[in-house]
Design a protein around this ligand. Structure first.
Ligand code: G3P
Length: 214
């Protein structure tokens, strides 16, 4: 299972990349807005830090505009993945980019049928949003299970990238279901490492070490 960092903050990205715990990065307009930086510059800097897939998101909703943005990002670096929202127009863009060997990530995905369409169009990744789905009284992780089953039934190669993760349980459950990727906020990466018994254990070892003759 791959871990992507869900952020446009290059400090967080460098920290996690240096720890060896991430394989790629996902960004979106909201994450970009938080940095207060120029998006192109941010994407280019991320590509100097991370040697893995980096999702850059388009904002045009028409075919020509979306495709133009896609090429603009694609030529920045070989690792750029073009992130598009789940629309029928975007499916046309996905098909065209796939035929040219350009990777895509279909985002804002909330149903197994949307995941089927994206896979048929040739998407490299689909990004189902777990917690935003939970927030409307649906079951985010069940959505992941359904997409996994459908992709396995028909041997679709599209990767399931679990998005909108808020806590470590989502990461564990994504792994149990067999999702291909989890895109994780920096705060949750830190939570993954923590356990109170680890802290208690370290404290005890250090105390006992003081009693060992040196
Ligand atoms: O990158 C897409 C997704 O992970 C965003 O999640 O936290 O805005 O629901 P969130």
């Amino acid at each position: 299972m791959e871990f992507f960092l869900d952020t446009a903050d290059t400090k967080e990205i460098k920290e996690c990349w240096d720890m060896g715990v991430i394989d790629g990065v996902t960004t979106n307009p909201s994450l970009a807005a938080k940095t207060g930086r120029n998006y192109d510059e941010t994407i280019k800097e991320i590509a100097t830090i991370v040697d893995g897939p980096i999702s850059a998101e388009t904002v045009s909703l028409d075919y020509e505009g979306m495709l133009k943005e896609a090429y603009h990002f694609a030529k920045m670096h070989k690792n750029i993945v073009i992130k598009v929202p789940m629309t029928l127009t975007a499916m046309k863009v996905v098909k065209k980019l796939a035929s040219e060997g350009i990777k895509t990530n279909v985002t804002l995905l909330f149903s197994p049928n949307q995941a089927l369409l994206a896979a048929k169009a040739g998407a490299t990744y689909v990004s189902p949003f777990v917690v935003r789905f939970d927030d409307i009284s649906e079951e985010g992780m069940l959505l992941i299970e359904h997409i996994r089953q459908i992709y396995d039934n028909y041997e679709f190669k599209t990767k399931i990238l679990v998005a909108s993760i808020r806590n470590p349980i989502h990461v564990r459950d994504s792994a149990l279901i067999g999702a291909d990727v989890a895109t994780i906020p920096y705060s949750v990466i830190k939570q993954l490492a923590n356990h109170p018994l680890t802290d208690i254990g370290i404290e005890k070892f250090l105390k006992d070490w003081e009693k060992v003759p040196k």
